[in-house]
Design a protein around this ligand. Structure first.
Ligand code: HEM
Length: 437
């Protein structure tokens, strides 16, 4: 890098002046930026006016490499503060540096692959019985997946008595909470006063506190939460109940909305590709509750299908960041405090990386070995999605059970729009009926 080329934000290409027609972009809504077009014209770094401030947008393979090489260049405390506001200051997402790394270790008995894989047959059992419960009844698939995965967590990672009605309050809380994390500071502050949110939050936190109290009083349970508690509630130290609430929440519920979105979008595409569906169903004939205990070696077609779903429907396509330590990217100096939109999944839609990027083509994963830097669905580096292992166990089990045993009769026209904006993931909700094959 030529240090003479360093220049700050005001010298970089600007979305409004160098890309949008007549500077019209400064007033567009959250979901209306054409970042892919801007990236292709302006390159891997440009600025944009967003919520009355200038943000730097970075994307592409080099941006992913730079962003993930050293996580300490970012200030998560500031960028992810909505998580702290609701979950407390020991919530993993908004922690930085060494305390964050320690926290990830603390959570490993909850989310490491070994800790998740032991529950595969139990997860299969819950998904199978929820499908049976829903057979022939019309429903929203998004809500079906969220309920089913939450109930699966309540029988495995954090064993607790959670009724379907209680699960629905947890789900409403999770959905509104996650939506609020991408709001402006002002909108978020007013959202926190919303009476339904206030009540749901109280319900969820009280429920988890009761569970924690019983555990701390000695009720022994064989689940992942028991192992996480052991690491968090260290003898001789005061127990931070809110820290345990945040951990319990992660085990019971977090991320299920994202997993559900991927399953929804993915199913839509699988079902519309008859040839691929047939191949997949043939592969799934010998599927049983124990099949994935050894990983997915015997199910390459399903594995490729999930990789393609992850590529085409990243639930969080763009991440917000704040610079903690100044660094240079592509000839521009990003100063401390600069707000950045890291478009970590823009690589998914580049022809030079993925041939015909807008086509659902799972076989590409059987024929190619793509760089990890080109895969941003779960983020990267030390803050890579904590629930990635869980999502990668939930998704194949759900798809295997559905595709092997059911036809889905859709009641609404599929409508998926690929979108590429901060806080605006691909939206898709199918309504349909599962009918036994
Ligand atoms: C397909 C489903 C999922 C997708 C696409 C997804 C996506 C992501 C992404 C992109 C990040 C990085 C955020 C950032 O760096 O700012 C992330 C982080 C995180 N995810 Fe997920 N997620 C999924 C499922 C889950 C599940 C099931 C959980 C359950 C616990 C979960 C919990 C978390 C947590 C706690 C973090 C923050 C980790 C940290 O900062 O150390 N996610 N996820």
């Amino acid at each position: 890098m030529n240090p003479m080329s360093s220049a700050a934000i005001e010298n970089m290409p600007s979305y409004e002046n160098d890309f949008a027609v007549n500077g019209e972009a400064s007033h567009v809504g959250l979901d209306q930026f054409d970042h892919l077009g801007a990236y292709k014209k302006l390159g891997p770094v440009y600025s944009v006016e967003f919520r009355g401030e200038r943000w730097v947008c970075i994307g592409g393979l080099e941006a992913n490499a730079a962003a993930w090489k050293n996580p300490d260049i970012w200030n998560y405390h500031e960028a992810l503060k909505p998580f702290r506001e609701v979950m407390g200051d020991r919530h993993v997402t908004q922690m930085d540096g060494e305390p964050h790394r320690e926290k990830r270790k603390q959570l490993k008995p909850g989310f490491g692959m070994g800790a998740i894989a032991r529950w595969i047959p139990a997860i299969d059992g819950v998904i199978r019985s929820e499908l049976e419960r829903l057979e022939e009844k019309e429903s929203s698939l998004h809500s079906f997946f969220m309920t089913t995965l939450t109930l699966a967590n309540a029988s495995t990672l954090l064993k607790t008595d959670l009724s379907v009605e209680e699960a629905s309050i947890f789900i409403r809380f999770e959905e509104t909470f996650i939506n609020s994390t991408v709001m402006s500071d002002e909108d978020r502050a007013s959202f926190y006063q919303n009476p339904v949110f206030v009540e749901d939050k109280k319900f969820v936190f009280d429920f988890l506190r009761r569970e924690i109290r019983e555990r701390l009083l000695g009720r022994e349970v064989d689940d992942n939460f028991a192992h996480v508690i052991e690491r968090t509630a260290v003898e001789g130290k005061d127990v931070d109940i809110q820290e345990l609430v945040s951990e319990a929440y992660l085990l019971l519920m977090a991320g299920t909305g994202n997993t559900s979105k991927l399953l929804n979008c993915g199913l839509q595409y699988i079902l519309s590709d008859i040839e691929w569906l047939d191949t997949l169903r043939r592969e799934l004939e010998p599927y049983s509750a124990e099949s994935f205990l050894e990983g997915m070696k015997s199910f390459p077609i399903l594995k490729a299908t999930i990789a393609e779903i992850e590529r085409l429907f990243p639930a969080a396509p763009v991440l917000s960041r704040v610079v903690a330590k100044p660094f240079e990217f592509n000839g521009f100096l990003l100063e401390e405090g600069t707000k950045v939109l890291h478009m970590q999944t823009i690589t998914h839609f580049l022809e030079e990386v993925y041939d015909e990027p807008y086509r659902f083509k799972p076989q590409r994963w059987l024929e190619n070995d793509y760089s990890k830097k080109a895969q941003g669905t779960f983020g990267g580096s030390t803050h890579i999605c904590l629930g990635m292992n869980l999502a990668r166990v939930h998704m194949p089990i759900a798809l295997a059970n559905i595709l092997k045993n059911y036809d889905l009769v859709c009641k609404t026209e599929p409508d998926i729009q690929l979108n590429f904006n901060y806080g605006v993931p691909q939206v898709a909700d199918l309504r349909g009926v599962f009918r036994r094959r």
